[in-house]
Design a binder for this molecule. Structure first.
Ligand code: 2BA
Length: 108
């Protein structure tokens, strides 16, 4: 058995969770925060049989998009007193996946 830990963007949650549920996979949705951007994202825990791993990764690949985010880098003030932000562009996602071997699984 494997545990797939997948961090996705919040915007992709609806499509990803409905696609997984439609195909009969069981999973847990955890609200999370990215350490770099400090913005909300979503982490899914999907427990599967070994032979289902590739199929779940395909669902995640199909439902998670890459997007550009603009992150404030520095804030300054113009001579007219207007606040000015400098932004950097960061490409986020589709999904960050870890596939772990599961030693044991029980539901009590
Ligand atoms: P964040 O940590 O908020 O990172 C968002 C995006 O910022 C990353 O997208 C990447 O493009 C960029 N980024 C992250 N750290 C960076 C750094 N030190 N320097 C420059 N750019 C950096 P993704 O790589 O697609 O990651 C999306 C989210 O997946 C991350 O959000 C984090 O929540 C999770 N993640 C990514 N790699 C991870 C890892 N090795 N371990 C645990 N979680 C991870």
């Amino acid at each position: 058995m494997k545990l797939i830990v997948a961090t996705i963007q919040d915007q992709d949650l609806e499509l990803t969770s409905s696609s997984l549920a439609e195909k009969g996979y069981r999973f847990t949705i955890i609200g999370s925060t990215g350490g770099f951007l400090r913005q909300g994202n979503t982490t899914l825990l999907v427990g599967v049989n070994d032979d289902q791993t590739d199929a779940v990764i395909e669902v995640l690949r199909a439902s998670s998009q890459r997007r550009m985010r603009y992150v404030p880098l520095a804030t300054g003030t113009t001579p007219h007193g207007m606040t000015m932000h400098n932004y950097i562009e960061v490409e986020v996602g589709g999904a960050t996946l870890f596939v772990l071997d599961v030693d044991s699984f029980e539901q009590i």
